[in-house]
Design a protein around this ligand. Structure first.
Ligand SMILES: [Fe+2]
Ligand SMILES: [Fe+2]
Length: 370
């Protein structure tokens, strides 16, 4: 039996196979307005990956034989013994294959977010909450298109999803419990994505990648807000037992992602072409990067795991019980004092203004043509 934790009726659910519950006459008027502002904002931050007015995939060539998409200090393999086994050309190739893996993971994550929000449409009873979810499906669909087009342009095809991310997303998409979906996807994976996008945006050398990521960020900031509304309405009302369940689920997702997301095992498909064995690569990376290094990386504002911890902390999900899981990596007091702006919010805000202008101009033109 699913173990639902619902304190606000706007998150009430029906069984995903119970379509008859969706057409009950009383349901339609039972609609929350909590998400109306986010739903109607979609018109302002509209963009289309197939329209060069927003992004032109033909405009920015990038010589991947000669240059790395991300700076070398970003590529762990180039900062340990692995680099000594490769000549200059191979180092550039490996760096770009590593970025291909990262972007493929993001593409699979976007598909996960699409399928997750579609699954919310089947279970949420409130028509307003359902409309929000349907709107998110539409936005995630353009992210899938946007990243597919970028990957196709640079490499032709993506790389298969690492087992950790694949299994976690499968569990979340299939879970009947809304809290598991919202904590796992809206707060953790979406939060992680915002951190990753902010880093890619500020550090990539490829203008086309920067533009792709920038447009996606304008949408993601709203998805993150949906998770925050759930937490604000739910977390303060949880009983001790319920809080433990939510907190344990969050800690489990966090640890799975922290220890497995980007290690050599997950990325193993990229090494054979360089004559490298993934287990040897993993050993070399481990030797060069200690837990102290991980902690140092986490002092950076856009570090993906720091962004995750901050999201959970600000949502009131972390208590003394699971605090050690996170305090091993970051200074919790410092995080608590920071404002609760999500990483990349500045980029998302600026993009929103730009998109409003493009969309307004396009509306004027279409009115004039009528
Ligand atoms: Fe997305
Ligand atoms: Fe999203």
């Amino acid at each position: 039996m699913p173990d639902h934790i619902t304190h606000d009726p706007i998150y009430n659910t029906v069984d995903r196979d119970d379509f008859m519950a969706m057409i009950e006459v009383e349901r339609y008027a039972d609609r929350t307005d909590a998400f109306d502002a986010i739903i109607s904002a979609t018109r302002d931050h509209f963009w289309d990956p197939n329209d060069p007015a927003y992004i032109d995939y033909e405009a920015e060539p990038f010589d991947m034989d000669d240059d790395t998409l991300m700076p070398r200090d970003f590529i762990v393999e180039l900062n340990c013994e692995v680099a000594e086994k490769l000549d200059e050309k191979q180092q550039i190739q490996l760096a770009n294959e590593s970025t291909r893996f990262t972007l493929s993971s993001i593409l699979h994550g976007e598909q996960g977010a699409l399928s997750l929000s579609a699954s919310l449409c089947h279970v949420l009873r409130d028509p307003g909450a359902q409309e929000y979810a349907a709107n998110q499906v539409r936005e995630e669909a353009r992210h899938v298109t946007g990243f597919s087009k970028y990957i196709e342009k640079r490499w032709g095809t993506p790389i298969g999803c690492g087992a950790t991310l694949a299994n976690l997303m499968n569990e979340i998409v299939m879970a009947p419990e809304v809290y598991k979906k919202l904590v796992g996807m809206q707060m953790l994976i979406e939060g992680l994505a915002m951190g990753a996008f902010a880093t890619l945006h500020s550090r990539t050398r490829d203008p086309l990648l920067r533009r792709t990521v920038q447009l996606v960020m304008a949408d993601e900031a709203f998805h993150h807000r949906f998770g925050k509304i759930w937490a604000d309405k739910t977390v303060p009302k949880l009983s001790e037992e319920e809080h433990e369940k939510v907190e344990d689920w969050a800690a489990r997702c966090f640890q799975t992602l922290l220890f497995n997301l980007v290690n050599a095992e997950q990325k193993q498909a990229i090494y054979p072409q360089f004559g490298l064995d993934w287990q040897w690569v993993q050993g070399a990376v481990r030797e060069a990067f200690t837990d102290a290094d991980r902690r140092r990386y986490m002092t950076e504002g856009t570090n993906i795991f720091r962004v995750l911890i901050k999201t959970l902390l600000k949502a009131g999900i972390i208590t003394e019980r699971t605090r050690p899981v996170y305090a091993a990596w970051v200074d919790m007091e410092e995080l608590r004092r920071e404002d609760d702006e999500v990483a990349g919010a500045d980029v998302a805000d600026a993009t929103l203004i730009e998109l409003q202008e493009i969309n307004e101009k396009r509306r004027k033109i279409s009115r004039a043509l009528r």
